[in-house]
Design a binder for this molecule. Structure first.
Ligand code: ACO
Length: 373
């Protein structure tokens, strides 16, 4: 890359090293600390994957047990956070609610400004435990339902669904949700993770980095796409209209949400696993029209543009079938990606350099301010 060459959106620019995950677009593969994400999704709990991303190795049984006990002890919704969620009212988008709640959780954390490795890890664990209660409570209050207390006999994924819906998930629902959380947990230098690293690079605190990352994730070109996929499905309605809808949308130069990726140009490595999981839910629910629309739109997009789905495409319908409101989909992404963000905060902190790129100025040449303004 030539000195001074501008790469819009930092496309193709290697900014730093990371040992957390490896995306290989050539082989369509994604490794977390060396392990294929598909194997992790098949064989590990979300707690094991979180530990792996933070520590670099899968937990030993006694490490896992101690971590699970801490996580289960930190699940209850802090009444001060509940008050802030209530204060946001119902017009606030759930991403704004979770961003505000995480800001308060971080401000209240006794280790807020301790950036030692032990304190950073403890804060990361506490956010992992606390965020599901925020999302679940926000979902319930919008349906005029009372909050549900956490259960410490359930793993993180099952408890998340329990607190949201007030009933134990089916085995399929729990598994599909866990898989989606594992797939969403980490993805190298994506926009929100890079945001977290930029904030950390100024020696700011972990809570600020996570709040900023949530802001970056919210946009529909990034995490907001899982919500936008379902909005598009609802707009199309009848599966038979998928092709005509796509023609019109492309003619209007609209971006089709849930398709395309900055790094993967031949398909997202996470899609086959998530799609298979989503189809299990479709079977359980008999949601034939939903999957027909899913298949027809993907096929039409392939023919029209040759652009493949990204992870948000199958996760949107999966979250619909699990029972979440469309607006809650991106907060679910937050609950999982907080693991990746905080792993990157710790990695950035350990070998920090202020992230401060240059720009090429294209504004007016120097000129004089007229006397008198
Ligand atoms: N719909 C329509 N056209 C698309 C799409 C899409 N989803 N994605 C790419 N294209 C087209 C662009 O219009 C462009 O065409 P052109 O060369 O004729 O102008 C070409 O493909 C290249 O696209 P770029 O936007 O330049 O590619 P980039 O790498 O910048 O974009 C991005 C990647 C932002 C994800 C894009 O594919 C997109 O907007 N997708 C929809 C949003 C989305 O699903 N985001 C989720 C990302 S994955 C995640 O966060 C889990």
């Amino acid at each position: 890359m030539a000195d001074g060459e501008i790469r819009k959106g930092l496309a193709g620019v290697v900014v730093d090293t990371t040992a957390i995950s490896k995306v290989n677009p050539e082989t369509n593969s994604l490794l977390y600390r060396g392990y294929p994400v598909q194997q992790l999704a098949e064989r590990c709990s979300f707690e094991q994957v979180a530990w792996l991303l933070w520590h670099g190795e899968l937990p030993a049984p006694e490490e896992l047990a101690a971590f699970e006990a801490r996580e289960r002890a930190g699940r209850a919704l802090d009444p001060r956070v509940r008050a802030v969620v209530d204060a946001a009212g119902r017009t606030a988008h759930p991403m704004d609610v979770v961003r505000t709640a995480v800001s308060l959780l971080s401000a209240l954390d006794a280790d807020a400004h301790d950036s030692s490795p032990a304190a950073e890890l403890a804060k990361a664990e506490r956010l992992l435990a606390a965020i599901p209660a925020v999302v679940a409570y926000d979902q319930r209050r919008r349906r005029d339902l009372e909050p549900v207390e956490p259960r410490d006999d359930l793993d993180w994924s099952r408890n998340f669904l329990w607190m949201t819906f007030g009933e134990e998930p089916t085995a399929t629902a729990a598994d599909v949700f866990r898989i989606s959380m594992v797939l969403y947990a980490e993805h190298s230098f994506n926009a929100s993770t890079f945001t977290a690293r930029v904030v950390t690079s100024t020696l700011s605190d972990l809570g600020s980095a996570v709040v900023a990352a949530i802001g970056a994730l919210k946009g529909p070109l990034h995490g907001g796409a899982n919500e936008a996929v379902m909005i598009a499905f609802d707009e199309i309605g009848d599966p038979g209209k998928a092709e005509a809808w796509l023609d019109d949308a492309l003619a209007a130069k609209r971006k089709i949400m849930g398709f395309g990726h900055r790094v993967y140009k031949h398909g997202d490595s996470r899609v086959p696993t998530m799609e298979a999981a989503m189809r299990r839910l479709v079977q359980e629910h008999g949601a034939d029209a939903l999957v027909e629309l899913y298949d027809r739109l993907a096929a039409a997009m392939d023919v029209a543009k040759g652009i493949k789905p990204n992870l948000d495409y199958p996760s949107g319908p999966a979250y619909r079938l699990l029972g979440f409101d469309t607006e809650q989909f991106t907060p679910l992404f937050v609950a999982a990606r907080v693991v990746g963000w905080t792993a990157h905060v710790m990695e950035q902190r350990a070998a920090n350099a202020l992230i401060r790129p240059l720009s090429a100025y294209v504004g007016p040449e120097e000129r004089e301010v007229p006397v008198g303004g």
